[in-house]
Write a protein that binds this ligand. Structure first.
Ligand SMILES: Nc1ncnc2c1ncn2[C@@H]1O[C@H](COP(=O)(O)OP(=O)(O)O)[C@@H](O)[C@H]1O
Ligand SMILES: [Mg+2]
Length: 299
């Protein structure tokens, strides 16, 4: 069960006090590696005789990590951070209920959700450091630094939301950005499958042309390079039009490595079409088209 699964199930059972405690731990993590229980009780306004029960309840729900050293302290784990984000998204009117998982990727869990108008949206939870957490937890004595992973994940969500907003504004084919909170993004939901999953395409040249056209628009108009582009981050919709997803790594065209990153993105796509659909076009030609040096692609 992913931490978002836990959060989605547990969220409805949370009481005001529980959310208050999670919020106090979140704030305390800026100062402490483990937020002392006494401090939590004080800031959440919970009487000392009740705090033990509250903390062990939240601990059992799987939302916090308990540490006992010179004192008893806590950090949020991903499920706890998820609950705070979900709470904010609900309060802002962006979502009202969760559906099924849509994709568990390398660095994110994506869920189907409903907004208050009963329209479907997608919620992406960024998860940086998840793999290393599983690996390092087994090592005795290793203290996971939750604060920095939660922080990295929030940065990734902020970066992705900014990039999506910018490229969407310039008409690049991406999911519509709706709202960002902490490490989560709400965006338009898409039907379709990653390009990597398509065994056959009726008109592979049209699809390749549309992908390169969108990279070009992002580059020339939004002045953004995706920088993690591959057949896994392109969705082909049932109408055979494409969307480019997964933008947290994107950079501005003024980045010192811009040219290399753009060329790598294009090479991944050109190589994929050559390997899978036997569609050959030269990398030089594709790059020249994307940066606006030539008007038409030569197949
Ligand atoms: N807006 C969306 N609507 C529907 N499914 C999505 C949406 N965004 C992402 N997904 C699904 O979730 C998977 C992971 O999302 P992605 O943004 O690529 O994150 P990552 O690869 O970093 O984990 C995608 O491959 C796709 O299947
Ligand atoms: Mg991806």
């Amino acid at each position: 069960m992913s931490s978002a699964d836990i959060a989605v199930q547990v969220f409805r059972k949370l009481e005001t006090d529980d959310l208050k405690v999670l919020q106090v731990i979140e704030t305390g993590m800026k100062k402490h590696e483990f937020v002392p229980q006494t401090e939590i009780a004080r800031h959440a306004n919970i009487p000392p005789e009740k705090i033990d029960r509250t903390m062990s309840r939240i601990d059992k729900l799987g939302l916090i990590y308990r540490w006992q050293g010179a004192y008893i302290g806590y950090t949020l784990n991903y499920a706890g951070y998820d609950c705070l984000a979900i709470n904010a998204l609900v309060k802002a009117g962006a979502i009202k209920a969760f559906g099924k998982p849509l994709g568990v990727g390398k660095e994110a869990d994506v869920y189907d959700a409903l907004n208050p108008k009963d329209l479907r949206v997608a919620v992406k939870f960024h998860r940086l450091g998840r793999t290393s957490f599983r690996q390092t937890r087994r090592k005795r004595g290793y203290m996971p630094n939750h604060a920095s992973w939660l922080f990295q994940s929030r940065l990734a969500a902020e970066k992705e939301f900014q990039a999506l907003t910018k490229v969407h504004h310039h008409g690049v084919a991406v999911p519509e950005p709706i709202l960002q909170n902490r490490h989560t993004i709400v965006m338009g939901i898409i039907e379709g499958a990653e390009l990597s999953k398509w065994k056959e395409l009726q008109e592979p040249a049209d699809v390749l042309h549309e992908i390169l056209g969108n990279i070009k628009k992002a580059y020339l108009e939004a002045k953004v390079i995706h920088a993690d582009l591959s057949e896994y981050n392109i969705v082909v919709k049932p109408d055979m039009h494409i969307l480019i997803i997964d933008w947290p790594q994107s950079v501005s065209i003024t980045h010192p490595n811009a040219e290399a990153l753009l060329t790598r993105d294009i090479k991944n796509i050109v190589d994929f079409f050559s390997r899978k659909f036997r569609l050959k076009i030269s990398l030089e030609n594709a790059v020249a088209f994307t940066v606006g040096k030539i008007e038409t692609l030569k197949f």
